[in-house]
Design a protein around this ligand. Structure first.
Ligand code: NDP
Length: 246
């Protein structure tokens, strides 16, 4: 489905990004596994892909750093000659109520999640326009659509990602580039691990499918949006939440 496509997945050392890298590679893409601090884990993902006969390389940079992201993307584009798929997955949380949230916690989350998404698109778009082909998939969240107490910073960043998605889709559609967002519900990863078991069960009860999501549930939808099968889907927000938001 993605044979010889060159894909960059940000934050692919763990969680949803890791599974997305594995799934894109299984479908034939050459995958660049981005990480921030966890080089070892990113290299494990690369090794796993290579063991299965796929192609991958690890590449560390902080997506919130405009200059560093620009330099790394330029290097990657020189090395691979193209960039077909960009999955803006890198994300962080620093939860707290509005009455107590520090400026630093607000900035850290918005800088990584929202500005990081802008930084990567800004530095990838020219190459995609030149190729007249591109697939951009941004990780939003149901919290970005509906809001969530205790997550003002996170929901602002995820709502902002929806704005970026729709605007860039309008700007670049005529160049063969699609831009979509995936909005996961509650997916079992390190990000959600901190929650006590009984609280997780209570969440599951409120989900139509009566279970929390897996990283594969999200990665499979991302792989579809990154493929030619989704050529006429752009500017959309696809909730992958087991019916949590209905
Ligand atoms: P994890 O916490 O499991 O993994 C986060 C990943 O992002 C890691 O690979 C981490 O790299 C990377 N990362 C963090 N900051 C940066 C940075 N500045 N530059 C580059 N990479 C960075 O997260 P999840 O897999 O749970 O979440 C992935 C995405 O999905 C996020 O955008 C999240 O907001 C979104 N999402 C998740 C949901 C869930 O229930 N899990 C629900 C809705 C949305 P490193 O290991 O090097 O630190």
């Amino acid at each position: 489905m993605l044979k010889d496509r060159v894909a960059l997945v940000t934050g692919a050392s763990r969680g949803i990004g890791r599974q997305t890298a594995l799934t894109l590679a299984e479908n034939g893409a050459r995958v660049i596994v981005n990480y921030n601090g966890n080089r070892e884990k990113a290299e494990e993902v690369v090794a796993l892909i290579q063991e299965k006969g796929g192609q991958a390389a690890a590449c560390g940079f902080d997506v919130s750093d405009y200059e560093a992201t620009g330099e790394k993307l330029a290097e990657l584009i020189r090395e691979y000659g193209r960039l077909d798929i960009l999955v803006n997955n890198a994300g962080v949380t620093r939860d707290g109520l509005i009455l107590k949230m520090s400026e630093a916690d607000y900035d850290a989350v918005v800088d990584t999640n929202l500005k990081g998404t802008f930084n990567c698109i800004r530095h990838a778009a020219r190459q995609m326009v030149k190729q007249r082909y591109g697939r951009i998939v941004n990780l939003s969240s149901v919290v970005g659509v509906y809001g969530n107490g205790g997550q003002v910073n996170y929901s602002a960043s995820k709502a902002g990602i929806i704005g970026i998605t729709k605007s860039v889709a309008k700007e670049l559609g005529s160049r063969g580039i699609t831009v979509n967002a995936v909005a996961p519900g509650f997916i079992v990863t390190e990000m959600t691990d901190a929650m006590p078991e009984d609280a997780k069960q209570q969440v599951a009860e409120r989900i139509a499918m009566k279970r929390l999501g897996s990283t594969s549930d999200v990665a499979d939808v991302i792989a579809f949006l990154a493929s030619d099968k989704a050529a006429y889907v752009t500017g959309q927000v696809i909730c992958v939440d087991g019916g949590m938001s209905i």
